[in-house]
Structures are given as structure tokens and as C-alpha cells.
Design a protein around this ligand. Structure first.
Ligand code: SUG
Length: 446
């Protein structure tokens, strides 16, 4: 097995972080619509998580926010004049479209792309497919900048291949790594890639949710498998139970998380639990690897508590001693059923023997927990050296970014502030400076 480390690329919260209620089916986004946000605190909460994990010796990096507002979107739907005119007219006539142009959502980099490490792909390169996120207006524009950012960070064509997003049509709805997991004996070993979809466009008999949208299609997952050159025997496609989508589980990473040879999941996660787990068992067995399903029963943690606490939107990370740490949002400790379950899990003698809890409330209020905030990229040492180094989190970068946030971020943003032309100017100045800090000049020039 080659040596490889898993890097977590966390999204840096942008200077216009806000709550606009744009994600139907994401309960937190809807519940907090139009409340005031604190962009400075949001960014510092995210940075504190990145720094703490980097200090523990885990490989940690950062992905920059996207340019806001998206004037191209506003102008493409008929708002004209100076930038200030465009903002004023959009605020007056279509505040939801203005909020979409100011969407905070690129911070959740689990939705940036699906990533297959070089140990799994036919050409031995690390493959990325940028997610088209075409289920939601406010997210459907992210992919252009995401592709540009990934190509800037992973610029070396000998080691990396960044695919364009899939065609932006309902048949290919793709939400990236949030509906993808990888099971393996070690990050450098060949693994089993697990793709979880919510509906199948071309199979009218397939189950589908009734209340909320299924954002990921089977057709999109199959396309990513082809693009990345994955082996069929080491690829497992599963369907998420539509009933849990209707209960607010809008991405699979709200109901399961895989790491190493462990799948931590809620018993209601998959359409046919026994058959789904059996497929994973078989694929891992064929690799000669052990598979450890960590099943959480609804009697221990009811589905509603799992969604409210975001228990499964945790990061499961392998430590140097081979045991795993579960990185949870603070809400898990505040939920009695979840807190009880977690104490038992740690004491059980199983693979997870430590909990780390973070206050990520500014992100959680939009439906984004620890796992939403990061994109996992397993890299060999050679690959890690081949990527741009300015994004790797260490003490110096942390201090530099905390100071940068202090210089540029407001501590309160209310919905009407999005019409303020000064905000757009502030955001642009902040991001230009950031691109230089991260060693990615020109990132925001299209
Ligand atoms: O797509 N929220 C995001 C949350 C994404 C969470 N990601 C993962 N589960 N991996 C979404 O629903 C809310 C934005 C707003 O309402 O202002 C939003 O887009």
C-alpha cells in the first residue's frame, strides 16, 4: 500500500455570510431565513476548527470563498446599470435573486466536487468532478469558480484531473462529495467508493421523495464513476431512503459518514439497509479488507434528533494510533439522546475512542455542520507536494487569516444590508487580498 494522507479542505466563510432561506428541504436554512448573521464570527468559528485539527497533526487546508455578489447572475436576469443600480433594483424587485447572488453556500466544500484518490482511478491521477449543484438557483452558479479554484490549487496535470461539472439538467443533479464516501484499509490503498443517490431520472419505478427534492441522481453518480475511471467491482451505488429526504436529510452526509474501514450510519439511511450493507461487505471482502459498519438504531437516536443535532455530519478521522476521532457540532452535546449515545460509543471499545466538539453555530444555522465544511482529498506525499502550498493550514496561515478577517469582516449582516453597494466593494477588496495571502493571484479574475 502506498502511503497517503487525507487532507481536509475546509471552505473559508466569506465576508457576506448570510441567512436567506434559499434551500427548500434543508430545515435549518428555512428556519433561520432572514435572521441577521455574524460573518466575522462565522469565519472565526470555521478557522478555529481548521486550526485545532491542524494542531492535532491532521492534514488541513483551506479553500477560498467565492466572489460576491454574483453580478453576472444579476445582469443575466435583466438588472442593468451601474453595480449600485443593479443591487438597488434587485433588492426592490427580486430580493430572493439578490440573496442568491450573495449566497453563502460555497463555504460547504463537501458540495464542491467528488474526489477519487489516485489509488482508485484508471490513470493513477487524483480525479475531481466539480458538482453542478443544479437543484438550487443559488448553488447552480458555484461550479465555474469552484473549477477555477480547484484547477489553481491542483494545477499539476501529471497528478490531477479536474473535470468540468456535469450538464446542468435535472437528470444529472450532482451535489459532490456530500453523497460520496470511501471505504479502505488505509488512505493509500485501493478503496471502495460509495455513491448515494436520491432518485433515478430514467427509472420511473424507482422510489423518490414526495415532499422535498432529491438533489443527487443515480445518473449523475454513474457519470462520475465513468469520468474518474473507477472499477465496477470497487464501486457501490446505493439509494438513500426517500423517507429520510422527506424528513430533512437533503444530503447523505447528514445521515452517514465513512472513514477507513468504518461506515457510521443511521439505520434509516438507506433504502434497503441489509442489501446496502451487504454490497459494501462484499466489495471490501473482495479487496481483502475488513468492513466495520457502525449502525445507530433509531431506538438509540431517533431520526429527528439525528437531523437536529447533525450527529452524522461529523468528521471521522483516523489518528496516528489507528483509532478514530469523531468531530461533532456542539449541538450533539446539547441533545440528550445523542449525548448519551456518544458517551456509549466512546466507551464501547470500538474504532471510535475520542470526541471533539466545535461551536459552528453560524454555519449550522444554514444547515452546515463539520462535514459540510470540508472536502476530503487523500494524497500521496508526492501529490501533496505537487499541489499549491499556500492553502495548507499551519499556525502562520491561521494567524494571518484571523487578522485578515478582523480587518475585513462585519459582525452583523441583516437581509437589507445586501443592497448596500459598500458591502460589494468591501467583499471584493477582502478577496483580492486573500488571493495573495493564499498564493493564488488572479483567482477572482474571470
Ligand atoms: O445546500 N445551505 C446548504 C447547506 C449545505 C450543507 N452541505 C452538506 N450537507 N454537505 C444547502 O442546502 C442555505 C443558504 C441560505 O439559505 O442562505 C444553504 O444553501
Amino acid at each position: 500500500m502506498r502511503a497517503a494522507r487525507e487532507f481536509n479542505f475546509d471552505g473559508l466563510v466569506g465576508p457576506s455570510h448570510n441567512y436567506a432561506g434559499l434551500s427548500f428541504g434543508n430545515v435549518a436554512s428555512f428556519d433561520n431565513v432572514k435572521s441577521a448573521s455574524n460573518p466575522r464570527l462565522a469565519a472565526l468559528q470555521g478557522l478555529a476548527k481548521m486550526h485545532a485539527l491542524a494542531q492535532r497533526g491532521f492534514a488541513q487546508a483551506v479553500l477560498p470563498p467565492q466572489g460576491r455578489p454574483n453580478f453576472a447572475l444579476l445582469r443575466s436576469v435583466g438588472f442593468t446599470g451601474s453595480d449600485a443600480d443593479v443591487l438597488a433594483k434587485a433588492h426592490r424587485d427580486a430580493p430572493v435573486i439578490l440573496a442568491s447572488a450573495y449566497s453563502a453556500a460555497p463555504m460547504w466544500t463537501a458540495n464542491a466536487a467528488t474526489v477519487s484518490p489516485s489509488a482508485d482511478t484508471a490513470d493513477g491521477r487524483v480525479h475531481f468532478t466539480t458538482a453542478n449543484l443544479n437543484c438550487k438557483l443559488h448553488r447552480s452558479y458555484e461550479h465555474a469558480q469552484t473549477t477555477r479554484t480547484l484547477r489553481a490549487v491542483f494545477a499539476n496535470p501529471q497528478h490531477f484531473m479536474v473535470h468540468e461539472a456535469l450538464p446542468a439538467t435535472p437528470a444529472f443533479g450532482d451535489e459532490g462529495a456530500a453523497n460520496h464516501g470511501r471505504l479502505c484499509a488505509g488512505h493509500g490503498a485501493a478503496g471502495v467508493e460509495m455513491f448515494v443517490y436520491g432518485r433515478a431520472e430514467f427509472d420511473s419505478a424507482a422510489a423518490a421523495p414526495k415532499r422535498y427534492p432529491a438533489r443527487q441522481t443515480r445518473e449523475a453518480s454513474e457519470a462520475v464513476v465513468r469520468l474518474h475511471g473507477l472499477q465496477p467491482a470497487r464501486t457501490v451505488l446505493l439509494q438513500q431512503d426517500p423517507a429520510v429526504i422527506d424528513a430533512g436529510v437533503f444530503h447523505n452526509d447528514v445521515i452517514s459518514v465513512a472513514n477507513g474501514n468504518v461506515l457510521f450510519y443511521h439505520e434509516q439511511a438507506f433504502l434497503d439497509e441489509a442489501a446496502s450493507v451487504q454490497k459494501l461487505h462484499q466489495a471490501m471482502h473482495a479487496l481483502g479488507a475488513e468492513f466495520i459498519p457502525l449502525r445507530v438504531a433509531a431506538s438509540a437516536v431517533p431520526l429527528a434528533d439525528a437531523v437536529r443535532s447533525y450527529l452524522f455530519n461529523s468528521q471521522l478521522i483516523t489518528k496516528a494510533d489507528g483509532k478514530m476521532v469523531l468531530v461533532v457540532p456542539q449541538e450533539c452535546e446539547e441533545n440528550p439522546a445523542v449525548a448519551r449515545y456518544l458517551q456509549e460509543l466512546i466507551a464501547s471499545g470500538g474504532p471510535v475512542d475520542e470526541l471533539l466538539s466545535f461551536d459552528l453555530r453560524q454555519s449550522m444555522r444554514n444547515g452546515g455542520g463539520p462535514a459540510c465544511l470540508r472536502l476530503r482529498v487523500a494524497l500521496t506525499d508526492i501529490e501533496a507536494r505537487a499541489m499549491r502550498q499556500g492553502v495548507v493550514m499551519d499556525d502562520d496561515l491561521y494567524v494571518c487569516l484571523v487578522n485578515w478577517v478582523g480587518r475585513h469582516y462585519r459582525d452583523r449582516l441583516a437581509p437589507d444590508d445586501l443592497a448596500d453597494p459598500q458591502l460589494a466593494i468591501e467583499v471584493q477588496a477582502a478577496l483580492e487580498e486573500l488571493s495573495l495571502i493564499l498564493g493564488l493571484p488572479g483567482l477572482y479574475k474571470s
